[in-house]
Design a protein around this ligand. Structure first.
Ligand SMILES: C[S@@+](CC[C@H](N)C(=O)[O-])C[C@H]1O[C@@H](n2cnc3c(N)ncnc32)[C@H](O)[C@@H]1O
Length: 349
């Protein structure tokens, strides 16, 4: 059990390696990271068996930027027949688990394996319950089985409250038919990730005000309007007519980097594709000057050294706010709906 497996978006394996190595150094967990390009996962191999659990206990999964899911455990070869028997043997020395997720990697091979997992899940669950290895709702960790093929699985554990909210870290969000663009799901996913569900009614409340910078055609504005929030939509491009007719949207044809609301608003969101340093500075200014209480801003990633660059920008935001004497929580995640970008969330405390 000396391996920590981390899922990610294909192509971001090096970022996960850099980020988890950073965490391991901070926590004094000896080991090394390795990954194959486009495999959609990375591994951190610890020098001792207690390493992965120490790493997981010392880091908050939700605070990691690039990993979508993680689990401590090891790879297991499966036979053609009696896979369940071999899995049960492997699980014997492990704690009784409180839930079971079958996962695949975010690759074409992984997608093809999803069907196999769906069929395999019910008999496996039954066998685990019968053998006393799975007690739904108990206090044990979650059992995460990541299938690389029908013959190879990573048998892993993770605490449900310190791992991905959804299997493979992929949210099942339904595209709202009336929304004018697919980007709408990015803001919805950001809220799921950064705002605990039981705080939505208070932090995304009807009657609140928001500024949406780079709003056209209105996917993000739609999410805000859907919660009865009044929106100043800033973009030279056209806004969706239905949104304008909602009575909750004002369209401002202006430069998002120069626009300032007359009065502070509850939310600022920004989906302008610009140099990440420019968007980060905008975010720091809005929160720092008290123009908004919370903000969600996308940061486009550079071609290389993507983790190092994001880390540098987050440090710059934190330093800027500290210089102003402003306290804020700062979160950053590459969401499932993000491509070559990450999403930042700041909240003034
Ligand atoms: C990715 S799109 C936004 C999509 C939008 N969030 C949605 O969900 O429909 C980026 C938008 O930023 C706008 N934009 C680019 N530079 C801008 C600037 N300096 N000020 C305001 N808007 C800008 C573009 O016109 C474009 O509509």
């Amino acid at each position: 059990m000396n391996t920590l497996l981390l899922h990610c978006r294909p192509g971001f394996e090096n970022e996960v390696c850099a980020e988890i190595s950073d965490q391991a150094a901070r926590l004094d967990v000896a080991g090394y990271a390795k990954a194959k390009t486009d495999s959609a996962y990375a591994e951190f191999i610890c020098n001792d068996a207690a390493g992965p659990e120490r790493l997981m206990r010392g880091a908050r999964f939700a605070r990691l930027i690039f990993p979508r899911q993680w689990a401590r455990g090891e790879w297991l070869a499966l036979p053609e027949t009696d896979r369940i028997g071999v899995l049960l043997d492997q699980l014997k020395p492990m704690p009784v688990c409180s839930s079971l997720w079958l996962e695949v990697l975010d690759t074409n091979d992984g997608k093809e394996l999803s069907n196999f997992c769906r069929k395999f899940e019910a008999p496996l669950r039954k066998a685990l319950e019968k053998a006393g290895r799975l007690k739904e709702g108990g206090h044990g960790p979650r059992l995460l089985l990541t299938f690389k093929s029908g013959r190879e699985v990573f048998v892993g554990l993770a605490e449900a409250e310190n791992s991905a909210m959804w299997p493979m870290g992929i949210p099942r969000l339904k595209f709202p038919r009336q929304a004018p663009s697919r980007s709408t799901l990015k803001l919805e996913e950001a809220w799921h990730h950064f705002i605990p569900r039981d705080q939505w009614d208070e932090r995304l409340a009807p009657g609140m005000t928001a500024v949406d910078l780079g709003a056209s055609p209105g996917g993000w504005t739609w999410q805000l309007v859907n919660r009865d929030i009044e929106v100043m939509a800033v973009d030279n491009g056209p806004m969706n007519e239905e949104l304008l007719e909602s009575g909750l949207v004002g369209h401002y044809r202006a430069d998002g980097f120069a626009f300032r609301p007359k009065r502070p608003v509850n939310w600022m969101v920004c989906d302008i594709v610009e140099k990440p340093a420019k968007n980060a500075a905008l975010l720091e200014a809005w929160i720092g000057e008290g123009l908004c209480r919370e903000a969600v801003v996308n940061l486009k990633l550079p071609m290389k050294q993507r983790y190092a660059e994001v880390k540098r920008l987050l440090e710059r935001i934190a330093d800027g706010l500290a210089e102003r004497g402003v306290k804020a929580s700062i979160g950053c995640k590459q969401l499932y709906h993000d491509r070559e970008e990450v999403t930042c969330h700041l909240r003034r405390l």
